[in-house]
Design a protein around this ligand. Structure first.
Ligand code: UDP
Ligand code: MG
Length: 309
């Protein structure tokens, strides 16, 4: 019998874990030909989540948990689940029921048809703010454009199924700044996408605020594109051409009209402008340098405090 592993990152989800477990259990009670396990990854929750997980894993053999030593983030939590899952296919999904477990049979169906990766394309329900919908849409379009990965279809969701082979490939990644959506797209394999309407969060509140979303977006861009680094070269080239042309015009003009070149204000503005531009570009270099610095230390993505597998 084939085995499906479900990986669920948990950060302060005490109000959702039991319901999540029940809903998945219900789904698999109708899928008789499959074994399944649930691997909850407790990413440094400060609420009762760990106690609930320990109880649940005592009551049910196929409920497992990995407890982190502190909060490492959503992406490392999913990675940890993939590192420990041994199913023939692994499904990752959020704990807050925004990813409907009832979609699991459809994911498995596509996998059985021969796809290695089944992505989901999240359509937002009416209740989600216009702001979040738009910013996320613009971000994924922008990221797809400036990087080598295509995230337009199904990129924006961490609800996906991966074949054991794909999961094995994932284990070889030692990247510091994990951006699993990008990595999945980058890896290739046979991929397909299905759509679903995301629900609203069941209980508790979202761990992603604007600051975390910005950081996530930044990670995505700098992990998958070096184009910002080329900005300096492009701009430098553009301004060199402009200055040669401008210089020519000024010299000819001063000969023809016989006047000195005037314009103290414009000179200062030019100096300020280029000073600013140089700092921005230096900053971009700094960001990439920082990433290299973090990477060469080769720290692990997460630390496990306890686990039951
Ligand atoms: N999560 C996590 N670590 C974090 C933040 C979130 O493991 O630092 C988990 C969280 O428990 C949930 C999933 O990641 O299962 C998605 O988080 P959330 O629902 O807060 O994000 P949103 O759906 O609002 O984007
Ligand atoms: Mg959520």
């Amino acid at each position: 019998m084939k085995k499906i592993s479900i990986v669920i990152p948990v950060h302060n989800e005490e109000g959702n874990i039991s319901l999540m477990h029940q809903r998945i259990q219900a789904v698999f009670s109708k899928l008789e030909n499959y074994n399944f396990e649930m691997i909850f990854v407790n990413d440094g929750s400060r609420d009762n989540s760990q106690a609930i997980l320990e109880k649940l894993s005592q009551d049910f053999n196929n409920v497992k948990f990995i407890e982190f030593s502190r909060n490492f983030g959503h992406q490392p939590a999913v990675k940890a689940g993939l590192d420990f899952a041994d199913g023939n296919a692994v499904i990752s999904m959020d704990a807050d029921l925004q990813h409907p477990p009832e979609l699991i049979p459809e994911l498995i169906q596509k996998w059985e048809e021969g796809y290695d990766v089944v992505l989901t394309n999240r359509k937002y329900p009416k209740e989600i703010s216009f702001f979040k919908k738009k910013t996320s849409e613009i971000f994924y379009r922008f990221l797809s454009r400036i990087s080598d990965v295509d995230l337009k279809n199904g990129g924006g969701s961490d609800f996906r199924l991966m074949d054991a082979n794909v999961v094995q490939s994932f284990r070889n990644f030692t990247e510091d700044d994990l951006f699993l959506r990008g990595l999945t797209s980058w890896m290739g394999y046979k991929q397909t996408t299905i759509s679903f309407v995301a629900g609203t969060r069941n209980a508790g509140e979202s761990s992603y605020n604007i600051k975390k979303m910005m950081k996530f977006a930044f990670t995505g861009i700098t992990a998958f594109s070096v184009k910002p680094l080329y900005l300096a070269a492009y701009l430098g080239f553009m301004f060199s051409v402009l200055s040669v042309v401008g210089y020519g015009i000024y010299v000819i003009e001063s000969f023809v009209s016989g006047t000195e070149i005037s314009g103290w204000a414009s000179l200062i503005m030019t100096i300020v402008f280029f000073g600013g531009l140089q700092l921005i570009i230096l900053g971009i270099f700094g960001i990439y340098l920082g990433k290299i610095f973090k990477q060469v230390k080769e720290r692990p993505n997460y630390i496990v405090r306890s686990k039951k597998l």
